[in-house]
Each structure stands twice: as structure tokens, then as C-alpha cells.
Design a protein around this ligand. Structure first.
Ligand SMILES: [Zn+2]
Ligand SMILES: [Zn+2]
Length: 391
């Protein structure tokens, strides 16, 4: 009877994924080729990134703009005492590559709400959320639906949590699940307008490394099923897995798509162009889009951009920042300290006074997608030249 000792030396090169490959539907090569974005590198994000690294997910993009605090250390398997003060995304990305050199990670220490181009989302197989606020979830949801990429949300509180999967274009989306209370809370924040980043994120909830491990585990398992979508596995698409760690109850909630939901604006086609948001001027953009679509075409952005602020005292100032990012300080008059009024735009027709600015200078991120519109017809163009910096 043959035994292991008769095998040649190379047969002893163990495949570290061999226990995973025992799962009948498992295809490790798909994981190796997968690109997954993790938004939020907190309690859930740490667990997500750890699981993705262990599983050999080839490309992991970590998006988080916060720094590590001492209180994070009790719920974050990837962080050490000496990391306090450093960016969560950078440390998490570093540690994931240490855990498994097969994976390549990249950290983006930017705000998910305005700073991640739609072309980044579009290049992912799945987006995983480890977030603690509705604004960020809504932003991810809108981006994922525009470019038709599934995303998996997770949330925890004390011993409880839930995980849910949103699959564009048809299934119920995050916005479909929002209650009147959710909207009230978002609008309240918007109407006390222009909160600082610190104020936006001040809501603290109790979280544990145990509930984050459970919920992140469910999220990653759902991701595995999405990556093997041809295997006919049951998924949580349009559903929520609710886990109550206190009473050991768990159950599934099925969401209904709301007919009037605004988030199902999936782009039918996206034209890749060798343009860079970093270097192209607004004039260049307007001209290019007119060349593509005709002289009457205008450029539409997916956000409102504050342009000029003016004060009753006569002082004026340039903003050129998406409205969402305007701080109270940005619209405070430098002379008399009163709040200034400001104008905003979300499209260009070529008559503007600031067309010498670059696309990036008005707050459009690299690899983003903008729309050309003529009458009711829109075509979507990507700043594809920015894709070289992604991984
Ligand atoms: Zn919806
Ligand atoms: Zn003033």
C-alpha cells in the first residue's frame, strides 16, 4: 500500500487552501482573482479583512479615513497597541498581506461618501460594508446600484447584529429598507447642515469582537456564494439575517423593493475614455462630451458642488467642494465671521466662468463616471486613465 513516505519531495508542498477546496462548489481560483472592497476598518471591517486574507481573496481594497484609537484594540484583531494614531485602513491592509502573502491590498484613507470614484466600485466583484452610519451606507448603495455591483452590509450592537445582501439592479436595496425614522435622522443631520466629520460620527454604539466576528463571518460567506453565483446556492439577496446573541434567536427578514425608490438608477452602459480627472480641465471635459454627443450636450455630475460663497458684507470666496463636504468653517465669512450664502452646480454647459479648473479641483474623484446629456438621453463616461493607480 502506497504511503506518504514514498511520494517525491514536491508532493510535500502542501496546498494551504486544500481544506477549502474540499467544499464541492469551491473554486479557489475565483477567490484568487476576486477584487473586494471593504468599507470601514473598524470592528466588523477587521473581521472582514481577516477572513478575506485567510481565504486568499486576491485583491482587497480597504477604505477608511479614521485613525486607530486605544478603544479599537479590544475589537480589532489586526491592530496592536503600537498602531494607535495610525490610519486604520493602512494598518489593516498591511496586516492582511502579512497574514497571507497571496493577497494584495490597497488602503484608501478617504471618505466613502464623495471620494471613491464609481469606476473603483465598478472594478470590484463585491463591496462589503463595516459601517456605523446611514449616510455611508446610502452612498455605497447608490454607487453599487449605478454600476451594478452587489454589496453586503453588516451591523452590530452589543451581542446582536445583522447581515444583509443587496443585489442590483432589481432586488430591494438599502434605501428600500429605510424607514421614516432613518430618513428623519439623515435629514436632521443634513439640515443642521455642514456638520464636521467628528460631529457626523459621534454616535457611539456598544460593540464586541464576538458579534463582529459572527456578522462579518456571515457577510464573507455570502460573498463566497456571490462569487460562486453559478452554483445555485441560496443567498441573502434582498434579505437580512438577524442574530440575537442574548436569546440565541436568528431569523431572516425579506425586504420588498419600494416602487418609488430613487436608488435603482443603474447605468445601462459605461463608456471608458482615456481621460484623467486629475488633469482634464472642465473645458476639456465639456468639449470632449460635446464632441461625443453634439454641441447641445451638457455635463451632469452625480453631486451638487458648491462654487462661490458671498457674504452680506461684500466678501466673496471660492468653494469648489461637493456640498456634502462643506464645513461650517468653509462657509464662514473670513472678514465678519457671519455665515455666507453660496451657489452650487451639478451640471456644466460650457458657459461657466471656472472651466479652467480641473475635474479633480471641483471635487470629482479619480476614476469617477460623469454623464453627458442631450435632451433626455444620457451617456456615461468613465475617467479610465485613472485606473492605473487602483492596485
Ligand atoms: Zn431601493
Ligand atoms: Zn462678511
Amino acid at each position: 500500500m502506497a504511503n506518504k513516505f514514498e511520494l517525491s519531495g514536491s508532493d510535500f508542498q502542501e496546498d494551504k487552501y486544500d481544506r477549502l477546496r474540499l467544499i464541492p462548489w469551491w473554486d479557489q481560483e475565483r477567490l484568487a482573482n476576486a477584487k473586494v472592497m471593504v468599507v470601514g476598518a473598524g470592528a466588523i471591517g477587521n473581521e472582514l479583512i481577516k477572513d478575506l486574507a485567510l481565504l486568499g481573496v486576491g485583491r482587497i481594497l480597504v477604505v477608511d479615513m479614521d485613525r486607530i484609537e486605544t478603544s479599537n484594540l479590544t475589537r480589532s484583531v489586526l491592530f496592536r497597541q503600537k498602531d494607535v494614531g495610525r490610519y486604520k485602513a493602512e494598518i489593516a491592509a498591511e496586516r492582511a498581506m502579512e497574514m497571507n502573502p497571496d493577497v494584495k491590498t490597497k488602503a484608501l484613507t478617504i471618505n466613502i461618501i464623495d471620494d471613491v470614484g464609481l469606476g473603483v466600485f465598478r472594478r470590484m466583484n463585491v463591496v462589503l460594508g463595516g459601517l456605523d452610519n446611514r449616510e455611508a451606507r446610502l452612498a455605497i448603495n447608490q454607487s453599487c446600484y449605478k454600476v451594478n455591483i452587489p454589496w453586503i452590509d453588516g451591523a452590530i450592537e452589543a451581542l446582536n447584529g445583522f447581515a444583509r445582501v443587496f443585489t442590483p439592479p432589481d432586488g430591494a436595496c438599502y434605501e428600500c429598507t429605510m424607514t421614516d425614522m432613518d430618513w428623519k435622522l439623515i435629514n436632521k443631520r443634513k439640515s443642521c447642515a455642514l456638520l464636521t466629520h467628528e460631529q457626523m460620527y459621534e454616535g457611539k454604539i456598544p460593540t464586541t469582537p464576538t458579534s463582529s466576528a459572527i456578522i462579518a463571518g456571515v457577510q464573507v460567506q455570502e460573498m463566497l456564494k456571490i462569487l460562486h453565483s453559478d452554483r445555485g446556492l441560496p443567498t441573502l439577496s434582498g434579505k437580512c439575517y438577524v442574530f440575537n446573541g442574548l436569546t440565541h434567536d436568528s431569523y431572516i427578514v425579506t425586504y420588498q423593493r419600494k416602487p418609488d425608490c430613487m436608488s435603482h438608477d443603474t447605468y445601462e452602459s459605461i463608456e471608458e475614455r482615456p481621460w484623467s480627472a486629475r488633469t482634464m480641465t472642465l473645458l476639456g471635459l465639456v468639449n470632449n462630451i460635446k464632441k461625443e454627443m453634439g454641441e447641445a450636450a451638457v455635463v451632469d455630475f452625480d453631486r451638487d458642488i458648491g462654487t462661490f460663497a458671498s457674504c452680506s458684507c461684500g466678501e466673496t470666496k471660492e468653494l469648489f467642494t461637493p456640498i456634502h463636504k462643506l464645513s461650517q468653517q468653509a462657509i464662514t465669512c473670513p472678514k465678519c465671521k457671519k455665515s455666507m450664502m453660496f451657489d452650487s452646480i451639478h451640471s456644466l454647459d460650457g458657459t461657466e466662468s471656472f472651466l479652467h479648473k480641473t475635474v479633480a479641483e471641483i471635487g470629482i474623484p479619480p476614476l469617477h463616471i460623469v454623464s453627458g446629456r442631450i435632451g433626455a438621453k444620457s451617456t456615461h463616461f468613465e475617467f479610465t486613465a485613472d485606473s492605473d493607480k487602483l492596485f
